[in-house]
Design a protein around this ligand. Structure first.
Ligand code: GLN
Length: 237
């Protein structure tokens, strides 16, 4: 295992709605629990994105900050180089849409993305708001994911990605799937923050960056998971 993990949180000043920044803390805490200290780089949108990070995270945001964030990331090029180098990425909601070829702006206008994921998003008819539960692609061997969503965007997956999960409750991508995976990139509409509600997802990212992980005491995470899962599935019944 490596001696230090570098976590890069992209644009806390633009893209960090619904506590998505908690994802950074969960990764740091779960790396430290495995004896790997983590250094967190908070990269504001006025600063260049460092290329040497191990795991990059980007969160959700309103339409205008999302458009600005996409423009700056496209010009900067640091994230694209880091991904080409083999870094891992968790992109949530607005951040997820930005990783595709295009997404819908505040008037539905097409805005170009970074093309790191073979997805395209557009503004849908209805806002998707509420709890989400989704069953994960069996290849990834993760338990049911939960979180909440709040977005207008609808996302279409291309052949270059596979769906992260199938929705049990909620909207996700809008076609019965939720999020996607390609290489070491995970895109998702899950807020919660996603990694606090789904520690297995945090460990998947960590294992991509630092190799096989010993188990940790997950009692509190598990309690939150069980509570939310019961609440979400209860709402459905
Ligand atoms: N602005 C995007 C949408 O509405 C993303 C919203 C979000 O990140 N919560 O689809």
């Amino acid at each position: 295992m490596q001696s230090e993990l570098s976590i890069v949180w992209i644009y806390p000043d633009l893209l960090s709605t619904y506590g998505d920044q908690g994802n950074v803390l969960v990764l740091e805490q779960r790396a430290r629990a495995r004896g790997v200290p983590a250094r967190i780089h908070y990269v504001r949108s006025s600063d260049p994105v460092p290329q040497q990070g191990d795991i990059y995270l980007i969160g959700g945001g309103e339409d205008r900050p999302q458009i600005l964030g996409a423009e700056r990331l496209r010009k900067d090029g640091g994230l694209q180089l880091a991904i080409a180098r083999g870094a891992a990425l968790l992109a949530v909601c607005a951040g997820y849409q930005i990783m595709g070829s295009v997404f819908g702006g505040e008037e539905g206008q097409p805005v170009p993305g970074l093309e790191l994921l073979d997805i395209s998003s557009r503004r849908g008819e209805q806002r998707a708001v509420g709890e989400l539960a989704a069953e994960v692609d069996p290849v990834l061997r993760l338990p049911t994911l939960t979180g909440f969503e709040n977005h207008m965007g609808v996302t279409q997956l291309g052949p270059g990605v596979r769906a992260l999960s199938r929705t049990i409750v909620g909207t996700g991508n809008g076609d019965g799937t939720e999020g996607c995976v390609a290489g070491k990139i995970i895109g998702t509409y899950l807020h919660g923050p996603a990694l606090a509600r789904n520690p297995a997802l945090a460990d998947l990212l960590l294992s991509w960056a630092i190799g096989p992980l010993p188990p940790v005491n997950d009692e509190w995470y598990q309690r939150l998971r069980d509570e939310r899962l019961a609440a979400v599935l209860g709402e459905q019944a």
